[in-house]
Design a protein around this ligand. Structure first.
Ligand SMILES: CC(C)(COP(=O)(O)OP(=O)(O)OC[C@H]1O[C@@H](n2cnc3c(N)ncnc32)[C@H](O)[C@@H]1OP(=O)(O)O)[C@@H](O)C(=O)NCCC(=O)NCCS
Length: 375
């Protein structure tokens, strides 16, 4: 359809010649409006690019790209199973075109696209959860966040027998193998992994850095750190824990004043390191919890299930029958049954809250999405 001032062109995939216009809109809304430089292209080089442009869903009006949502597919392991995950990023409408339903239209198009792509679950991170709730998204999943500081980092095991190196040079293939061995690893190509790790220093990914612990050129563990956060780790749990302690020491800044504050009133010194971890990673959590390290919990994100029957089959839960009704689904297994809205289905399958007693022995499924994969 050709566009005029009145006509709405889309939602549809972005064409090659519209790529620059679309990325300009994303930078306008997600970066320049926040007083930040236009870094969307380098923050997510795998998402907002020619190779993924069909999954950059846009609406044009009067020849201008006015609304957009991005989709990126990954395959995430959940123990013995793997789920196709459609991540949602850069949901934006131009400020002059808001409150007309355009954002909702591209978000609905995202839902159709993820069904076409046979995704099992949609993932997004946001601070406007209630806008997405109208569209069937719900907070779900559970992650642990451990916080290291000067009072506890010294208790982590030693990695004396390992050589600790900043940067992944020479170890990328072993890192990928370690990541893919992890029960919650994402299926990444070597090229994609490198692209994610090589992203430049921006407000979104400050000082993105990889650390490896090796012995006789064999990788024991790795960490990916950005600012004060550990975004990803893999390897032998006691080596991961030791590497956390070593990186904490290396990143600590003993020369910074402990009493000064910056212009916003925040302390000048932030001598902490937060570690994001899947709740079902018994190995690392076993080491850290065994030390008595406290942890907080958060949701993995907002999730949406495009097709509950297919998701359950993917998880090997064919014993549950699903009958789809207009705005809900009836689930049954033996003598048990329950009727749930799309958002309740998300909570039933991924938790953590219990919305029904149904199949309490099977749910929740410990889904995880590594922060390095966030878009
Ligand atoms: C979030 C965002 C994408 C919404 O885009 P939008 O095109 O305005 O979305 P919609 O028009 O579908 O919905 C916005 C509001 O308009 C209302 N609306 C929808 N259709 C409408 C219509 N035809 N007439 C009037 N209002 C309408 C919606 O109910 C919603 O109301 P609420 O904000 O009071 O709850 C946009 O505000 C934006 O770009 N924000 C900045 C970036 C951002 O925060 N993105 C999300 C990051 S996760």
């Amino acid at each position: 359809m050709s566009s005029t001032d009145q006509q709405i062109d889309g939602p549809r995939g972005c064409q090659e010649h519209e790529l620059a216009l679309t990325v300009d809109l994303l930078n306008l809304v997600m970066r320049r409006a926040e007083g930040l430089p236009p870094t969307i292209g380098s923050d997510y080089p795998h998402v907002y690019c020619a190779g993924n442009r069909e999954n950059m869903r846009i609406i044009k009006m009067g020849g201008q790209v006015v609304s957009h949502v991005g989709l990126f597919l990954t395959e995430n392991k959940v123990g013995d199973h793997a789920l196709r995950v459609a991540s949602l990023g850069c949901m934006v409408t131009h400020p002059d075109y808001r409150h007309r339903g355009l954002g909702s239209a591209v978000a609905e198009d995202f839902a159709r696209t993820m069904t076409e792509l046979a995704a099992d679950v949609g993932w997004l991170g946001t601070d406007i959860a209630d806008w997405y709730r109208r569209l069937g998204w719900e907070k779900a999943g559970r992650e642990y966040i451990y916080k290291l500081d000067r009072g506890n980092a010294t208790l982590l095991p030693s990695v004396e027998e390992y050589e600790v190196q900043r940067g992944y040079q020479g170890y990328l293939e072993q890192m990928l193998a370690r990541h893919q061995q992890h029960p919650f690893g994402t299926n990444r190509s070597l090229g994609l992994f490198k692209l994610l790790l090589d992203r430049p220093d921006t407000d979104r990914w400050p000082q993105l850095e990889t650390y490896v612990a090796t012995r006789q050129e064999r990788l024991g563990a790795y960490l990916v750190v950005s600012g004060r956060e550990v975004l990803e780790y893999a390897g032998r749990p006691e080596v991961v824990a030791g590497l956390l302690g070593e990186v904490f020491r290396r990143e600590d800044e003993p020369a910074v004043s402990t009493s000064d504050r910056d212009d916003t009133g925040a302390p000048a010194l932030d001598a902490t390191l937060s570690v994001h971890a899947p709740v079902a990673d018994d190995d690392l959590s076993g080491v850290l919890a065994g030390m008595g390290l406290p942890r907080s919990e958060g949701y993995v994100g907002l999730l949406r299930i495009p097709d509950l029957s297919r998701l359950l089959a993917k998880l090997g839960l064919d014993e549950i029958e699903v009958e789809q009704e207009e705005n809900s689904a009836v689930l049954s297994r033996g003598s048990e049954s329950c009727q749930l809205t799309p958002r309740e289905q998300v909570k039933l399958v991924f938790g953590p809250e219990r919305v029904a007693d149904f199949a309490a022995d099977l749910f929740p499924i410990p889904f995880y999405h590594w922060p390095l994969d966030y878009i």
